[in-house]
Design a protein around this ligand. Structure first.
Ligand code: ADE
Ligand code: ZN
Length: 376
C-alpha cells in the first residue's frame, strides 16, 4: 500500500467510527433502563492492569500456542484456582503465575485488544492501561516484544473500535527501587508510548519513600504519576500521605481509605487528586466487599471527591467490566442517574488528556444524557 494511504486510511477509519459513535450518542433519547443507560454512557477506564484483563479462556489459548504446560485443562479449572485469591497478596501469586503464559508480541496484543473490545462494548471510549514490564523482563521477555504488542493493540483499538488508549508503566512495590529505575531507563526508546508511571503489586511497608527518586525521574521525563494505595492495607493512611507528599501523584489507585482521615480528604480535594476506585469481586465470595466499596464511592461523590469506577483485573476476577461495576455500585447504593453521570464525568476529569479532549468527552456525556431533546 502506498505510504500516504497507509497513513490516511487509519485516520479516515477512525473519523468514521468516531462520527458513528457520536451520532449514536446524540441522535436518540437515552435508554430507560438503568443498565442500558449505564452501558451506553461514554466513560473512561483509568485503573486496569493489562495482565489482569486476561480471561481464563485466553490464558489457555495463549499457553497452548506457546506450548506451555499448565495444570489446567479447562477455563473452569483456571477459575477454580482463582477461588484461592482472597486478598491482594494471594491474588498476586496467581496473577504472576498466569502471566507466565505471555511470551510473544501477539500475546500482549491479544490480551490488550481483547480487553479493549470488551470495554468498548460497555461504553468505554478512553483507557489508560497499566502494564508491569518487570514481571515480563524477569521471565526473559524483551521489552521490544512487549511494547510492539501494546502499540499494535492501541492502533487496532483506535481503528477498529474508535477507542483511544494509553499505557501506564507500573513499577512493582515488592521489588527493589533500583529495578524500577532500570526499567524506566530501558523503556526510554518507547517513551512516546507511555503516558505515566504507577506502582502496584503487594503493598510493602513505607513504599512511597522507596520510590521517591524514580518518581522524580519520571516527572523529569514528562510522565504523569499515580500510585496504588490498595484498600485496607497496613499503614494505609501513612501510605496515602506518602504518595501525595513524596511521589507528587496526580491520582491514587483505589484510594478508598482517604475517607479515614479528614485532613487527607481536605488535601485530596484541594489538589484535585483523582481516585480510581475498583469495586471488583474475587471469584471467592467475600461478604460485605461490594457494600463497603460501593458505599465508599457513594460517600466520596457526596463530598465531591473526584472518584471514578474501574475494573482493575477483570479477567482474573469475576469478569466484571466498568459497565457491570457501575451498575452494581448504583444498585448497591441506590444511586441516582445524576450521580452515575458524575462518576462518568469524573473519569474524564481525572484522565490525562488535553483540555480540548476533556471538553469533547464531557460534551459527549451531556449529549448522551440529554438525548434528542437538546441535541437535535
Ligand atoms: N496488580 C494487579 N492488580 C493489582 C491491584 N489491585 N493492586 C496492586 N497490584 C495489582
Ligand atoms: Zn489495580
Amino acid at each position: 500500500m502506498p505510504s500516504v494511504l497507509r497513513f490516511l486510511l487509519p485516520v479516515l477509519l477512525m473519523s468514521v467510527v468516531a462520527a458513528t459513535c457520536a451520532a449514536a450518542a446524540s441522535s436518540a433519547a437515552p435508554p430507560a433502563s438503568m443498565e442500558a443507560f449505564i452501558f451506553g454512557l461514554p466513560k473512561a477506564e483509568l485503573h486496569v492492569h493489562l495482565e489482569g484483563t486476561m480471561e481464563p479462556e485466553l490464558f489457555l489459548t495463549i499457553a497452548a500456542r506457546n506450548k506451555i504446560k499448565t495444570p489446567y485443562a479447562t477455563a473452569a479449572d483456571v477459575r477454580q484456582r482463582l477461588l484461592d485469591a482472597k486478598d491482594l497478596p494471594s491474588f498476586i501469586v496467581i496473577y504472576e503465575e498466569l502471566i507466565g503464559a505471555l511470551r510473544t508480541e501477539q500475546d500482549f496484543h491479544d490480551v490488550a485488544l481483547g480487553y479493549f473490545r470488551k470495554a468498548r462494548s460497555q461504553g468505554v471510549v478512553y483507557v489508560e492501561m497499566f502494564f508491569d514490564p518487570q514481571l515480563h523482563l524477569e521471565r526473559g521477555v524483551k521489552l521490544k516484544t512487549l511494547y510492539a504488542g501494546l502499540e499494535r493493540a492501541r492502533r487496532d483499538a483506535r481503528e477498529q473500535l474508535g477507542l483511544e488508549a494509553h499505557y501506564i508503566l507500573c513499577f512493582l512495590r515488592d521489588r527493589p527501587a533500583e529495578s524500577a529505575a532500570k526499567v524506566l531507563e530501558q523503556s526510554r526508546p518507547w517513551l512516546a508510548q507511555i503516558i505515566g508511571v504507577g506502582l502496584d503489586n503487594p503493598e510493602v511497608e513505607n513504599f512511597p519513600a522507596k520510590f521517591q527518586a524514580v518518581f522524580a525521574r519520571a516527572k523529569e521525563l514528562g510522565l504523569h504519576r499515580t500510585s496504588h494505595c490498595d484498600v485496607g492495607q497496613p499503614n494505609t493512611v501513612e501510605h496515602h500521605w506518602g504518595v501525595i507528599e513524596l511521589l507528587d501523584v496526580e491520582r491514587i489507585d483505589h484510594g478508598l481509605n482517604v475517607l479515614d482521615d479528614p485532613e487527607l480528604i481536605e488535601i485530596v480535594q484541594d489538589k484535585r487528586i483523582g481516585l480510581t476506585a475498583a469495586p471488583t469481586l474475587f471469584y471467592r465470595d467475600i461478604p460485605g466487599r461490594m457494600e463497603y466499596r460501593a458505599g465508599a464511592i457513594r460517600k466520596m461523590l457526596d463530598i465531591e471527591l473526584l472518584v471514578s469506577v474501574n475494573s482493575d483485573d477483570p479477567g482474573m476476577k469475576r469478569s466484571l467490566y466498568v459497565g457491570d461495576l457501575m451498575l452494581r455500585v448504583q444498585q448497591t447504593t441506590n444511586m441516582s442517574r445524576d450521580q452515575v453521570v458524575q462518576l462518568a464525568k469524573n473519569s474524564f476529569l481525572i484522565a490525562w488528556i488535553t483540555p480540548e479532549e476533556r471538553s469533547r468527552y464531557l460534551a459527549s456525556i451531556d449529549a448522551y444524557v440529554n438525548g434528542a431533546s437538546t441535541t437535535d
